[in-house]
Each structure stands twice: as C-alpha cells, then as structure tokens.
Design a protein around this ligand. Structure first.
Ligand code: ATP
Ligand code: MG
Length: 240
C-alpha cells in the first residue's frame, strides 16, 4: 500500500547538516497495525511526516498505490491528505466555538445531510455521542481524543497515522483509545502509529524500531498481549 524506498531526511542548521533518516526501506501493507518505537529524537515523527506528505524527505520515494507522492503536485498532495490518509496526534486542534459534532463534521469534504449522520454514527462507535453538543473545553481529554479519532475517520482514509495518540491520556483513557484502534484494525483499517509505551505497542501486529536513522527491527507480532509484550521487551531492550 505504501512502499518507502531509500528515504532520507536531514535538517540543516547553518552550515551543519543533521541526518535524521538514513536510507530507510520499508513497506506498509493493507491491514497492518504498525507500531513504531525509538528513543526520543530518533526521528519517529519525522518518518511519519515524510511518509504522509506533512513533510518532504531530502531524498527517496514514497509510493502510494504505485504513485510517488514525494513528487506530487500541491493539488495532488491536497487530495491525498483529504481522501487517502488521516492523522491523530497527541494534541488535536479543535475549534473551540464549534460543538464536538461540528468539529467532527468539519473534516468532511461533502456538504450534505449525510455528513451529520456519518459524524453521529462515528461518535456512537467511539462512544462519545453524549458529548455531541458540548464544546471542546467542556469534555475530558479521553472524550476529546475519541472525537479526534471520529474526525480522522470521516473521509474513510486508507491509512490512519497516529503520532503518540495516547501520550496525554491516563491509562484508562489510553486503553479505550487502543481498544478502538484494535477494533478498527480488525475491520480492515491500516494504522501506522508511534508510541513510547511497550504496553501500547503490544496492541499492534507489526513492530518497527527506529535506531540510528533506520529500522533495526521489523517484526510481525502475534499471540496474546502478554506474549507480545514479552517479545517487545526483548526487541526494544536497547531503548529501555
Ligand atoms: N523542523 C526541524 N528542524 C530541525 N531539526 C528538526 C526539526 N524537526 C525535528 N528535528 C530534529 O530531528 C530529530 C528527530 O526529531 P523527531 O521529532 O522526528 O523525533 P521523535 O523520534 O519523534 O522524538 P519524540 O519521541 O521526542 O517525539 C531531532 O533531533 C529533532 O531535534
Ligand atoms: Mg515525535
């Protein structure tokens, strides 16, 4: 679904160049639930941003359904962002003067009566329909995050990118969000997520470890969550 070839990204500061990603080669497949871990500053967000058009790599290719999106026109990139991918972050910007359901509806590209129906259905499935008419300042962080996920799903993205979506949540809210991601993935949603937590990573079905600018581990995960956690503990021991 997403083929990443020889991807490099360096940041320049004055005359100095700091390489962050070095010749990364990896493919994301349909129905993958990828968990990316790595030390702080290792380039996890940079990687996510480069493969999702939020940032441009210094070199390399990102093929989405055989089209190199790093070479796409701004118009094509806009369409890709609107139709093909979606994002959930640690903090998600909401418009404070709109209700939660209006914030969810905002993501839609259509203007029809169906938009409210779809927003409502998504909020029901995220169990936040009870806050539909509240404003962002009136809901809990967990409810806000689940609304952000509902918003991210409005346009039925092929790939859902999530950069530490549970980092600001307490363990109970984090578990609720991960249960939602698990059920979305079981329904076929491809998810690429970054986390700092082994426990959270054990919800995924594939694990990537970013070290020294490239993936030192790329392994499928299976078994119970306990078994996956035990395996992750071995795989990620360098960064713990
Ligand atoms: N816009 C930028 N300009 C210059 N350097 C940057 C920029 N964005 C990130 N960096 C640097 O690139 C490196 C990787 O940053 P990145 O945010 O991708 O790390 P990360 O793995 O997501 O870290 P964290 O776990 O703390 O979120 C860091 O050293 C960071 O300082
Ligand atoms: Mg980051």
């Amino acid at each position: 679904m997403l083929v990443i070839q020889s991807l490099s990204k360096a940041y320049a500061s004055g005359k100095q160049v700091f390489p962050v990603l070095k010749n990364v080669n990896v493919s994301i497949h349909e129905k993958d639930f990828v968990m990316i871990m790595g030390e702080s500053g290792s380039g996890k967000s940079t990687f996510l941003n480069c493969i999702s058009t939020l940032d441009r790599p210094t070199s390399g290719q990102v093929l989405f359904k055989n089209e190199d999106i790093t070479k796409a026109t701004n118009q094509r990139i806009q369409r890709f962002r609107n139709h093909d991918v979606s994002f959930v972050f640690q903090e998600n910007i909401m418009i404070d003067t709109l209700t939660m359901i209006e914030n969810v509806m905002m993501a839609s590209l259509e203007h029809s009566i169906d938009v409210r129906t779809r927003a409502h259905e998504l909020m029901v499935s995220m169990r936040v329909d009870h806050v539909s008419d509240k404003f962002p300042t009136q809901v809990s962080t967990g409810e806000r995050q689940r609304c952000a996920i509902a918003r991210a799903l409005m346009n039925k993205p092929a790939i859902l990118f999530a950069d530490e979506p549970t980092a600001a949540l307490n363990p109970q809210f984090a578990k609720e969000v991960m249960d939602i991601f698990t059920s979305l993935n079981a329904q076929g949603q491809t998810i690429v997520m970054v986390t700092h937590s082994l426990k959270i990573a054990s919800y995924g079905n594939r694990f990537l470890l970013l070290q020294d600018g490239t993936f030192s581990v790329d392994e499928c995960l299976s078994g119970t969550q306990k078994e996956k956690q035990a395996r992750l503990l071995e795989l990620a021991k360098d960064i713990l």
